[in-house]
Design a protein. Structure first.
Length: 443
């Protein structure tokens, strides 16, 4: 009996000791773009990963508490239970969460100085079923990783899921930019662009070196006067210009490297872009011109240039929802759709043209006689989700230009660019007659 009591005592002591050896801290993933405490170190970095996971599904499934290991097997769990105080990287609730957490863990072993100077944020921003006809999107998984300072100024980026080596290079590049911004408050945008172009040029092959040189010359030619980085206020047009300037080089590059021939190879290219090497040169050529950009304003534009469609988040727009609720009982509602940032810069209806364009102009004026709002895909997805309307197919071409909401149906009526203008005019006339019939008994 004494032997059994001693054994039980030793077992209890061993369990207590093993619990003390459990990791004492965990690096957790926080909400994207949340305010960073002003007391943190100026060298603090924010790593933000944006994926094309379903945003509404991600919002419903909150991440589980941090674990001491993965869920696969006892062997994997024991790999992470190493020593007291060791940092554990929580897995973000995105498709590449395990890969990214593993890369970050390895990077922090090489750079333990970052343990208290790195914040992790994850954002699901893919197309939800509300915009893909009610079925999950069949797009391959995508991810973009940004490194920012505490003011969410962009310092480095990677298209695809970086491994430990790529992540360490990103961290070094980000610290390089951050140090320049901190040491010289009067730093001009031109000086920053040239410094980063000189830094990145030796890393590039001849095609990309020439492209970077040409874009730098074009940048200098358009620069009217020196602008301090802290006064920089870039525009959506600037992001689109940079993407257009880099696109020919990227298309030629992927054809040479991967043997891509035409548009049918697009899906294979998207899959290749899950690895950062596919767009690495593109990122190196782009970074000098977008470094220091405020990501609060420009993350959507940067993501859209890579993905080819607008990112959608789980954010709510209660003002639009309230307005639609107030209008629908007595009027059909017309939504004017801006599918992409590029489309938002183009006039609609077409300013000039033949009879068809003139017809669209008249129908557009007729539509504006109804209660209407201009909305983008983000607002549209949120509205469909909140009101539980029937999903639409926003991915199909050509793009949707109008949506009509009626009080008697939960199915939005969609009007695309190639639809006959007369079809939309007939719908507007019928809705006007129905409204008049409803209002007549109340007069």
């Amino acid at each position: 009996m004494r032997f059994i009591a001693i054994s039980i005592s030793l077992l209890a002591a061993a369990q207590a000791f093993s619990q003390k050896l459990e990791p004492a801290t965990a690096l957790r993933w926080s909400k994207p773009f949340e305010a960073i405490s002003p007391t943190v170190n100026e060298s603090h970095l924010v790593l933000l990963v944006i994926t094309n996971d379903d945003p509404f599904q991600a919002e419903e499934h909150t991440p589980s508490p941090p674990k001491s290991g993965t869920e696969k097997s006892g062997t994997e769990k024991s790999d992470i239970k190493k020593s007291e105080g060791e940092l554990v990287i929580e897995e973000p609730p995105v498709w590449c969460g395990r890969l990214l957490a593993k890369a970050i863990g390895k990077a922090l072993k090489v750079r333990p100085d970052l343990n208290d100077n790195l914040s992790l944020q994850a954002l699901s921003a893919g197309l939800p079923p509300e915009l893909t006809a009610g079925v999950p999107s069949n797009q391959p998984a995508r991810a973009i990783v940004f490194l920012c300072d505490t003011q969410y100024r962009l310092l480095a980026l990677s298209v695809g899921v970086p491994d430990v080596d790529q992540l360490l290079q990103m961290i070094e590049d980000a610290q390089d930019v951050n140090q320049s911004l901190l040491l010289d408050p009067e730093l001009t945008h031109r000086d920053l662009v040239h410094a980063l172009a000189d830094r990145n040029q030796p890393r590039l092959a001849r095609l990309w070196r020439n492209t970077l040189h040409e874009i730098t010359l074009a940048f200098d030619a358009k620069l009217d006067k020196p602008i301090r980085v802290k006064d920089l206020d870039p525009t959506v047009e600037r992001v689109l210009e940079l993407d257009a300037a880099l696109k020919p080089a990227y298309e030629l590059d992927v054809r040479l490297r991967f043997g891509l021939n035409d548009a049918t190879d697009h899906r294979r290219l998207v899959i290749l872009e899950q690895h950062p090497q596919a767009r690495l040169a593109w990122c190196e050529a782009l970074t000098p011109f977008v470094a220091s950009f405020n990501m609060l304003d420009h993350w959507r534009g940067l993501v859209e240039t890579v993905w080819g469609f607008p990112p959608i988040t789980a954010e709510t727009d209660s003002e639009l929802q309230t307005w639609v609720t107030e209008q629908l009982p007595s009027n059909p509602v017309i939504l004017l759709i801006s599918p992409t940032q590029q489309a938002a810069l183009l006039p609609w209806p077409p300013a000039t043209g033949g009879k068809r364009n003139q017809a669209w102009k008249k129908v557009h004026e007729q539509a504006l006689a109804h209660p209407y709002r201009s909305v983008n895909y983000q607002q549209l997805a949120t509205l469909i989700h909140l009101r539980q309307l029937r999903p639409i197919d926003a991915v199909a071409s050509p793009p949707i230009r109008y949506i009509m909401l009626d009080r008697n149906t939960s199915t939005p009526a969609t009007i695309r660019e190639n639809d006959p203008p007369g079809r939309f005019a007939s719908m507007l006339n019928r809705s006007r007659l129905k409204t008049a019939e409803v209002e007549a008994p109340n007069r």
